[in-house]
Design a protein around this ligand. Structure first.
Ligand code: PGA
Length: 252
């Protein structure tokens, strides 16, 4: 089974509309001929519409960074899947560790968000990963099992392969401390095995990304791992040269 890698830049809370437009204007010509990978940017809510409009007809995917599971209702401050699809957003990052850590995102909430995204026609990127303490205490697999099983619990087996998973060790996010290829491969393969527990066929389709201090200097090695189907890139995605270099590294 050949899986098209996905290289997704997570801009986090960075960029005015003007800055976002400038960033995609520099990025688009640089990825115009890319065929070996899908490329996407995960954009703050306020800039989504502008980025969708300025990338129409291009191969750049535009993703949000969060959503609520209900289509509408009394949920002040939240944005729903139909609100995102209304403006032609393609996908959504769910359960990023910063949301889990700072905003109380729970596995229970993600259990509802992941199927809600799929039903609305959005590609979900479900993020999972262990803390430094969990790794040191030998709890990495237990943590991943819990997060993957809960997050995918309400996804019908035949749609599991549509969910993108991102393995992001929390200790590697924004720290410059990247997982070793062995650590990354073990965790990525473990995540795929967890999907395979529900459906072997779908697990072969699942795209599983690595995230956490991926940079031009380490991307090729990580992206070449047998179970690595792309990257979720934070800091380096804000620098177009670095991001394009990572897209190129996915060529193998
Ligand atoms: P980083 O962030 O590349 O800056 O470590 C990755 C992420 O948070 O998705």
């Amino acid at each position: 089974m050949s899986r098209t890698p996905l290289i997704a830049g997570n801009w986090k809370m960075n960029g005015t509309i003007e800055e976002a437009e400038e960033r995609v204007a520099s990025l688009l010509p640089r990825i115009a001929t890319v065929e070996h990978a899908d490329v996407a940017v995960c954009v703050p809510f306020t800039a989504l519409q502008a980025v969708v409009d300025s990338t129409r007809g291009s191969q750049l995917g535009v993703y949000a960074q969060n959503m609520h599971h209900e289509p509408s209702g009394a949920f002040t401050g939240e944005v729903s899947a139909p609100m995102l699809t209304e403006i032609d957003v393609h996908g959504v990052v769910l359960g990023h560790s910063e949301r889990r850590q700072f905003f109380g995102e729970t596995d229970k909430a993600l259990q509802l968000k992941v199927p809600a995204a799929l039903e609305a026609g959005l590609i979900p990127i479900l993020c999972v990963g262990e803390t430094e303490d969990e790794r040191e205490n030998g709890d990495t697999e237990r943590r991943l099992r819990h997060q993957v099983q809960e997050g995918l619990e309400k996804v019908p087996a035949e749609r599991l392969g549509e969910v993108v998973l991102a393995y992001e060790p929390i200790w590697a996010i924004g720290t410059g401390q990247v997982a070793t290829p062995e650590q990354a491969q073990d965790a990525l393969a473990f995540v795929r095995a967890l999907v395979a527990d529900r459906s072997k066929e779908e697990a072969e389709k699942s795209r599983i990304l690595y995230g956490g201090s991926m940079k031009p200097g380490n991307a090729a090695e990580l992206l070449a791992l047998p179970d690595c189907d792309g990257g979720l890139i934070g800091g380096a995605s804000l620098d177009i040269e670095d991001f394009v270099a990572i897209v190129e590294a996915a060529k193998g």
